[in-house]
Write a protein that binds this ligand. Sequence first.
Ligand code: PAF
Length: 282
Amino acid sequence: MKIVNSIQALRAEVHAQRMAGKRIGFVPTMGNLHAGHITLITEGHKHADIMVSSVFVNPTQFGPNEDFDNYPRTLDADAAKLEAAGCHFLFAPPVDEMYPGDQDKWAKVVVTEITDRHCGAARPGHFDGVSTVVTKLFNIVKPDVALFGKKDFQQLAVIRRMTTALCFDINVIGVDTVREANGLAMSSRNGYLTEDEKARGATLYQCLCSAKEAIQQGERDYSAIAHAANEKLKAAGFEPEYFTVCRADTLEPAVASDTDLVILAAARMGKARLIDNIDFQV
Ligand code: PAF
Protein backbone atom coordinates (compact mmCIF):
# COMPACT_ATOMS: atom_id res chain seq x y z
CA MET A 1 0.00 0.00 0.00
CA LYS A 2 1.30 3.45 -0.90
CA ILE A 3 0.81 6.30 1.57
CA VAL A 4 0.29 9.63 -0.15
CA ASN A 5 0.08 13.01 1.58
CA SER A 6 -0.51 15.46 -1.26
CA ILE A 7 -3.51 15.98 -3.53
CA GLN A 8 -1.28 16.19 -6.60
CA ALA A 9 0.47 12.88 -5.85
CA LEU A 10 -2.78 11.05 -5.15
CA ARG A 11 -4.34 12.40 -8.36
CA ALA A 12 -1.34 11.13 -10.35
CA GLU A 13 -1.51 7.65 -8.75
CA VAL A 14 -5.26 7.26 -9.27
CA HIS A 15 -5.09 8.67 -12.80
CA ALA A 16 -2.49 6.02 -13.75
CA GLN A 17 -4.77 3.28 -12.40
CA ARG A 18 -7.78 4.65 -14.26
CA MET A 19 -5.77 4.85 -17.51
CA ALA A 20 -4.92 1.16 -16.96
CA GLY A 21 -8.66 0.44 -17.00
CA LYS A 22 -9.08 -0.09 -13.24
CA ARG A 23 -12.25 0.73 -11.32
CA ILE A 24 -11.58 2.87 -8.26
CA GLY A 25 -13.24 2.31 -4.88
CA PHE A 26 -13.00 4.86 -2.07
CA VAL A 27 -13.49 4.70 1.71
CA PRO A 28 -13.13 8.09 3.44
CA THR A 29 -12.39 7.90 7.18
CA MET A 30 -11.17 9.99 10.07
CA GLY A 31 -8.89 7.17 11.19
CA ASN A 32 -8.76 5.27 14.49
CA LEU A 33 -9.96 2.39 12.38
CA HIS A 34 -12.00 -0.55 13.68
CA ALA A 35 -13.59 -3.62 12.12
CA GLY A 36 -16.44 -1.50 10.71
CA HIS A 37 -14.02 0.49 8.55
CA ILE A 38 -12.22 -2.66 7.43
CA THR A 39 -15.55 -4.14 6.30
CA LEU A 40 -15.94 -1.11 4.02
CA ILE A 41 -12.61 -1.95 2.35
CA THR A 42 -13.52 -5.64 2.10
CA GLU A 43 -16.88 -4.76 0.55
CA GLY A 44 -15.15 -2.27 -1.75
CA HIS A 45 -13.03 -5.06 -3.27
CA LYS A 46 -16.29 -6.57 -4.65
CA HIS A 47 -17.00 -3.39 -6.63
CA ALA A 48 -13.56 -2.03 -7.58
CA ASP A 49 -10.08 -3.16 -8.66
CA ILE A 50 -8.20 -0.52 -6.69
CA MET A 51 -9.13 0.62 -3.18
CA VAL A 52 -8.24 4.09 -1.91
CA SER A 53 -8.88 5.14 1.68
CA SER A 54 -8.35 8.50 3.33
CA VAL A 55 -7.52 9.26 6.94
CA PHE A 56 -8.26 12.90 7.64
CA VAL A 57 -9.65 14.32 10.86
CA ASN A 58 -11.73 17.04 9.25
CA PRO A 59 -11.80 20.20 11.37
CA THR A 60 -14.83 21.73 9.62
CA GLN A 61 -17.22 19.03 10.85
CA PHE A 62 -16.46 19.60 14.55
CA GLY A 63 -18.28 22.23 16.60
CA PRO A 64 -16.33 24.64 18.84
CA ASN A 65 -16.93 22.52 21.98
CA GLU A 66 -16.45 19.13 20.34
CA ASP A 67 -13.56 16.69 20.41
CA PHE A 68 -11.45 17.79 17.38
CA ASP A 69 -8.28 18.28 19.47
CA ASN A 70 -8.71 15.01 21.37
CA TYR A 71 -9.97 12.89 18.46
CA PRO A 72 -7.68 9.83 18.42
CA ARG A 73 -4.98 10.03 15.73
CA THR A 74 -3.50 6.58 15.14
CA LEU A 75 -2.08 6.77 11.62
CA ASP A 76 0.54 4.00 11.89
CA ALA A 77 -1.96 1.48 13.27
CA ASP A 78 -4.55 2.60 10.68
CA ALA A 79 -2.05 2.13 7.84
CA ALA A 80 -1.23 -1.39 9.05
CA LYS A 81 -4.93 -2.34 9.18
CA LEU A 82 -5.63 -0.90 5.72
CA GLU A 83 -2.63 -2.67 4.24
CA ALA A 84 -3.76 -5.99 5.79
CA ALA A 85 -7.20 -5.43 4.23
CA GLY A 86 -5.66 -5.07 0.77
CA CYS A 87 -6.10 -1.30 0.43
CA HIS A 88 -3.86 0.05 -2.36
CA PHE A 89 -3.56 3.76 -1.51
CA LEU A 90 -3.88 5.64 1.76
CA PHE A 91 -4.40 9.38 1.40
CA ALA A 92 -3.39 11.09 4.65
CA PRO A 93 -3.16 14.83 3.98
CA PRO A 94 -2.26 17.44 6.59
CA VAL A 95 -4.99 20.01 7.35
CA ASP A 96 -3.33 22.75 5.26
CA GLU A 97 -3.29 20.47 2.21
CA MET A 98 -7.10 20.15 2.37
CA TYR A 99 -7.78 23.70 3.58
CA PRO A 100 -4.81 25.93 2.64
CA GLY A 101 -4.96 29.53 3.93
CA ASP A 102 -8.53 30.50 4.62
CA GLN A 103 -10.00 28.31 1.85
CA ASP A 104 -12.39 26.80 4.38
CA LYS A 105 -14.11 30.22 4.34
CA TRP A 106 -14.30 30.53 0.54
CA ALA A 107 -16.96 27.93 -0.11
CA LYS A 108 -18.90 25.13 1.53
CA VAL A 109 -21.35 22.49 0.42
CA VAL A 110 -24.74 22.65 2.16
CA VAL A 111 -27.25 19.83 1.85
CA THR A 112 -30.62 21.20 2.93
CA GLU A 113 -33.69 19.74 4.69
CA ILE A 114 -32.40 16.26 5.52
CA THR A 115 -29.76 17.95 7.68
CA ASP A 116 -32.28 19.96 9.75
CA ARG A 117 -33.10 17.22 12.27
CA HIS A 118 -31.43 14.66 14.51
CA CYS A 119 -27.61 15.04 14.46
CA GLY A 120 -27.99 18.10 12.21
CA ALA A 121 -29.99 19.89 14.93
CA ALA A 122 -27.72 18.68 17.74
CA ARG A 123 -24.48 19.55 15.92
CA PRO A 124 -25.02 22.79 13.93
CA GLY A 125 -22.75 22.98 10.87
CA HIS A 126 -21.59 19.37 11.25
CA PHE A 127 -23.11 18.12 8.00
CA ASP A 128 -21.86 21.20 6.08
CA GLY A 129 -18.35 20.16 7.15
CA VAL A 130 -18.99 16.54 6.14
CA SER A 131 -20.48 17.35 2.74
CA THR A 132 -17.74 19.90 2.02
CA VAL A 133 -14.87 17.54 2.81
CA VAL A 134 -16.52 14.59 1.03
CA THR A 135 -17.02 16.79 -2.06
CA LYS A 136 -13.33 17.75 -1.97
CA LEU A 137 -12.31 14.09 -1.51
CA PHE A 138 -14.66 12.97 -4.31
CA ASN A 139 -13.09 15.60 -6.61
CA ILE A 140 -9.59 14.50 -5.67
CA VAL A 141 -10.10 10.72 -5.91
CA LYS A 142 -12.88 10.66 -8.56
CA PRO A 143 -13.88 7.14 -7.50
CA ASP A 144 -16.36 4.89 -9.30
CA VAL A 145 -17.77 3.70 -5.98
CA ALA A 146 -17.60 5.10 -2.46
CA LEU A 147 -18.52 3.15 0.66
CA PHE A 148 -19.94 4.51 3.92
CA GLY A 149 -21.12 2.78 7.08
CA LYS A 150 -24.85 2.63 7.82
CA LYS A 151 -24.12 3.38 11.49
CA ASP A 152 -24.00 7.05 10.43
CA PHE A 153 -27.38 6.66 8.73
CA GLN A 154 -28.09 10.38 8.45
CA GLN A 155 -24.58 11.04 7.08
CA LEU A 156 -25.14 8.35 4.43
CA ALA A 157 -28.49 9.94 3.49
CA VAL A 158 -26.85 13.38 3.26
CA ILE A 159 -24.06 12.04 1.04
CA ARG A 160 -26.52 10.20 -1.22
CA ARG A 161 -28.54 13.39 -1.69
CA MET A 162 -25.41 15.46 -2.29
CA THR A 163 -24.11 12.94 -4.84
CA THR A 164 -27.40 13.03 -6.74
CA ALA A 165 -27.95 16.79 -6.50
CA LEU A 166 -24.39 17.69 -7.54
CA CYS A 167 -24.27 15.05 -10.34
CA PHE A 168 -21.29 13.10 -9.01
CA ASP A 169 -20.94 10.00 -11.18
CA ILE A 170 -20.25 7.85 -8.13
CA ASN A 171 -22.10 4.81 -6.83
CA VAL A 172 -22.55 5.39 -3.09
CA ILE A 173 -22.85 2.10 -1.19
CA GLY A 174 -24.09 1.82 2.40
CA VAL A 175 -22.57 -1.04 4.41
CA ASP A 176 -24.17 -2.68 7.47
CA THR A 177 -23.00 -1.68 10.93
CA VAL A 178 -20.45 -3.95 12.57
CA ARG A 179 -21.20 -4.62 16.26
CA GLU A 180 -19.40 -5.83 19.35
CA ALA A 181 -20.58 -9.20 20.70
CA ASN A 182 -23.01 -7.39 23.04
CA GLY A 183 -24.57 -5.39 20.19
CA LEU A 184 -22.76 -2.07 20.75
CA ALA A 185 -22.12 -0.51 17.34
CA MET A 186 -18.41 -0.19 16.59
CA SER A 187 -17.32 3.43 16.61
CA SER A 188 -14.06 5.32 16.82
CA ARG A 189 -15.56 7.13 19.82
CA ASN A 190 -16.12 3.89 21.81
CA GLY A 191 -12.53 4.41 22.99
CA TYR A 192 -13.92 7.17 25.24
CA LEU A 193 -15.97 4.52 27.15
CA THR A 194 -14.85 2.58 30.22
CA GLU A 195 -15.40 -1.22 30.19
CA ASP A 196 -18.47 -0.76 32.39
CA GLU A 197 -19.86 1.93 30.06
CA LYS A 198 -19.26 -0.36 27.07
CA ALA A 199 -21.32 -3.07 28.77
CA ARG A 200 -24.15 -0.64 29.58
CA GLY A 201 -23.80 0.92 26.11
CA ALA A 202 -25.34 -2.22 24.62
CA THR A 203 -28.72 -0.96 25.92
CA LEU A 204 -28.88 1.47 22.99
CA TYR A 205 -29.09 -1.34 20.42
CA GLN A 206 -31.39 -3.38 22.69
CA CYS A 207 -33.81 -0.42 22.76
CA LEU A 208 -33.70 -0.16 18.96
CA CYS A 209 -34.40 -3.89 18.60
CA SER A 210 -37.30 -3.78 21.10
CA ALA A 211 -38.80 -0.76 19.33
CA LYS A 212 -38.53 -2.49 15.95
CA GLU A 213 -40.20 -5.60 17.38
CA ALA A 214 -43.06 -3.55 18.90
CA ILE A 215 -43.67 -1.83 15.55
CA GLN A 216 -43.58 -5.12 13.69
CA GLN A 217 -46.18 -6.44 16.14
CA GLY A 218 -48.49 -3.53 15.26
CA GLU A 219 -47.64 -0.72 17.70
CA ARG A 220 -47.97 2.69 15.96
CA ASP A 221 -47.72 5.05 18.92
CA TYR A 222 -44.21 6.20 18.09
CA SER A 223 -44.07 8.75 20.94
CA ALA A 224 -44.84 5.98 23.45
CA ILE A 225 -42.11 3.84 21.90
CA ALA A 226 -39.61 6.70 22.18
CA HIS A 227 -40.67 7.44 25.76
CA ALA A 228 -40.17 3.78 26.82
CA ALA A 229 -36.75 3.67 25.13
CA ASN A 230 -35.60 6.92 26.71
CA GLU A 231 -36.59 5.67 30.18
CA LYS A 232 -34.65 2.44 29.62
CA LEU A 233 -31.64 4.39 28.37
CA LYS A 234 -31.70 6.69 31.40
CA ALA A 235 -31.87 3.64 33.70
CA ALA A 236 -28.72 2.29 32.00
CA GLY A 237 -26.87 5.58 32.65
CA PHE A 238 -27.40 7.25 29.26
CA GLU A 239 -28.39 10.85 28.71
CA PRO A 240 -30.70 10.39 25.70
CA GLU A 241 -30.59 13.03 22.95
CA TYR A 242 -33.11 11.67 20.45
CA PHE A 243 -34.85 8.37 19.73
CA THR A 244 -37.13 8.83 16.73
CA VAL A 245 -39.05 6.53 14.40
CA CYS A 246 -38.53 8.04 10.94
CA ARG A 247 -39.24 7.48 7.27
CA ALA A 248 -36.09 5.83 5.89
CA ASP A 249 -36.02 8.06 2.77
CA THR A 250 -36.49 11.58 4.16
CA LEU A 251 -35.68 10.93 7.84
CA GLU A 252 -38.85 12.86 8.77
CA PRO A 253 -40.82 11.54 11.74
CA ALA A 254 -42.84 8.54 10.52
CA VAL A 255 -46.64 8.34 10.50
CA ALA A 256 -48.63 5.12 10.95
CA SER A 257 -48.99 4.52 7.19
CA ASP A 258 -45.23 4.64 6.46
CA THR A 259 -43.70 1.27 5.66
CA ASP A 260 -39.97 1.94 5.10
CA LEU A 261 -38.69 2.92 8.52
CA VAL A 262 -35.52 3.71 10.38
CA ILE A 263 -35.26 4.37 14.09
CA LEU A 264 -32.50 6.89 14.76
CA ALA A 265 -31.00 7.30 18.21
CA ALA A 266 -28.30 9.38 19.89
CA ALA A 267 -27.40 9.35 23.57
CA ARG A 268 -24.49 10.38 25.74
CA MET A 269 -22.69 7.93 27.99
CA GLY A 270 -19.79 9.28 30.04
CA LYS A 271 -17.46 11.16 27.68
CA ALA A 272 -18.98 9.67 24.52
CA ARG A 273 -21.90 10.67 22.32
CA LEU A 274 -23.13 7.43 20.75
CA ILE A 275 -25.39 7.13 17.72
CA ASP A 276 -27.08 4.04 16.33
CA ASN A 277 -30.07 3.06 14.21
CA ILE A 278 -32.08 0.17 12.85
CA ASP A 279 -33.84 0.17 9.47
CA PHE A 280 -36.63 -2.18 8.45
CA GLN A 281 -39.92 -2.51 6.58
CA VAL A 282 -43.39 -3.16 7.98
O1 PAF B 1 -17.70 9.22 8.83
C1 PAF B 1 -16.60 9.80 8.92
O2 PAF B 1 -15.62 9.26 9.40
C2 PAF B 1 -16.48 11.23 8.40
O3 PAF B 1 -17.64 11.96 8.67
C3 PAF B 1 -16.11 11.31 6.92
C4 PAF B 1 -17.18 10.74 6.02
C5 PAF B 1 -14.79 10.59 6.67
C6 PAF B 1 -15.90 12.78 6.51
O4 PAF B 1 -14.91 13.39 7.26
